[in-house]
Design a protein around this ligand. Structure first.
Ligand code: CO
Length: 427
């Protein structure tokens, strides 16, 4: 088995740090693609008839693809899908709150966050703000990397039940960050207005979320680990974008990536995987090449989608939570995820296709099934298969601490995954 020099993983670290929200992630991936010659098309514009490399953005989601002189309206696709969002804490519309002289910020829990992982951490704030612009509006990105928020854990002396019952956290009452004491005259809107340099009366609304400001790093005695917030699923997003850039205009199929927001909350939104973004983009590419509904179905029938998302590595302290004949190692290669009940979309044919891809790329491949007495997670894979009628295979890098504010993966797997996805996109 070939090894990696881990420089690819080192290069990912600043990209995690620069992507504290889905909007930031999409902006960063877009700039990677634009630097590689991709051209952004506003969704309100006509799609080009001429070949080239293009991207469209919708909120926290992005689709990018390349066509060549050989592409026709019946050419199939090789698509890598992933998600840009991660569980976190999101600022409420009336966030100014507090108790006992503390000033606090009201937050909603977004997705299936491991609540304990947000305690006693230095938290910054990031997202986007919509401001008044004459009679219209303008959306501005926003990032504050200072440790302005904290959720202090209750002292053990005041929580005598913790050693018998474990840590019990109420999502409404125990997860409210503190950010100041004393004077309450200035508000969150005042803070936000100052951060983006507009008048407070011009701040109309926001999508603002907390993030752990600790930088991503390579860790462990032998540098075996990648540690960061949002590994699920920015790792797949960055790897997919680099794989796409690496294949140029691609092979016999149209290489494409689609990075969706809102996977962690069920994907039903205008920009989520259950929305129209991918379907309408593929239909519009076909229409620009002169195709109709028949050509679209023919293209779909020869298309394959890799749904790229984090996979569970076997946790050494909880080996019994894993299927004993399908143990998964970090730095053991990408993981094929299989579930007979279609929580993952992999089937025998799509699995075989990906196995050949890994052989081509000289990349090791592992297999995951969950214990059949434990509920299995899911991905955008089954949704994409259902909406587009394309063959889908669920694959991802192994990781631990999924949905923690700070997750960990292996430092060899990202390069292998990139190479496997590159081979897939070129097939
Ligand atoms: Co995920």
């Amino acid at each position: 088995m070939r090894t990696t020099d881990r420089s690819f993983t080192a290069g990912l670290l600043p990209r995690f740090d620069a992507s504290p929200s889905p909007y930031h992630a999409v902006a960063n991936v877009a700039s990677t693609l634009i630097n590689a010659g991709y051209r952004e098309i506003p969704e309100s514009d006509e799609f080009p008839e001429t070949p080239g490399s293009f991207l469209v953005r919708r909120g926290g989601s992005l689709v990018a693809w390349s066509t060549s002189v050989d592409t026709t309206s019946t050419t199939g696709y090789r698509i890598v899908g992933a998600h840009t969002d991660s569980p976190n804490l999101r600022v409420k519309p009336q966030p100014d709150t507090g108790a006992a002289g503390w000033r606090q910020l009201g937050v909603e829990i977004y997705g299936g966050a491991l609540l304990n992982s947000w305690l006693d951490r230095d938290l910054g704030l990031a997202g986007r703000v919509v401001v008044r612009d004459g009679g219209s509006t303008r959306t501005l990105p926003f990032t504050d990397r200072r440790p302005i928020l904290r959720i202090p854990q209750l002292a053990i002396h005041l929580d005598r039940e913790i050693s018998e019952r474990g840590l019990l956290l109420n999502r409404q009452t125990h997860m409210v960050p503190v950010w100041a004491v004393g004077d309450r005259s200035s508000t969150f809107v005042d803070y936000l207005a100052e951060a983006i340099d507009v008048a407070a009366s011009d701040v109309l609304s926001w999508d603002a979320m907390a993030f752990d400001i600790a930088p991503a790093c390579v860790a462990g005695l032998d540098d075996d680990f990648l540690v960061s917030g949002r590994i699920d699923n920015l790792l797949s997003c960055f790897v997919a974008a680099d794989a796409l850039v690496g294949v140029g205009e691609g092979g016999p199929h149209v290489p494409m990536i689609c990075l969706f927001d809102h996977e962690e909350v069920g994907s039903v939104s205008a920009s989520g995987a259950a929305g129209t973004l991918l379907e309408s983009t593929v239909a519009r590419i076909g229409a620009a090449l002169g195709g109709g509904i028949d050509e679209l179905a023919r293209a779909a029938s020869s298309s394959v989608v890799v749904s790229a998302d984090g996979a569970h590595a076997t946790h050494p302290n909880y080996v019994d939570r894993h299927e004993k004949d399908h143990l998964v190692a970090v730095n053991g290669g990408p993981v094929l995820k299989i579930n007979a009940n279609q929580r993952y979309a992999t089937d025998a044919e799509s699995a075989a296709e990906f196995r050949l891809v890994c052989e081509d790329a000289d990349v090791p491949l592992q297999e995951f099934v969950s214990r059949t007495d434990l509920a299995c997670g899911s991905t955008i894979g089954p949704l994409t298969a259902g909406r587009l009628g394309m063959a889908v295979v669920d694959v991802g890098c192994p990781q631990l601490a999924m949905h923690s504010a700070r997750e960990m993966a292996g430092s060899d797997d990202p390069e292998w995954f990139r190479d496997a996805l590159g081979a897939f996109l070129f097939r």
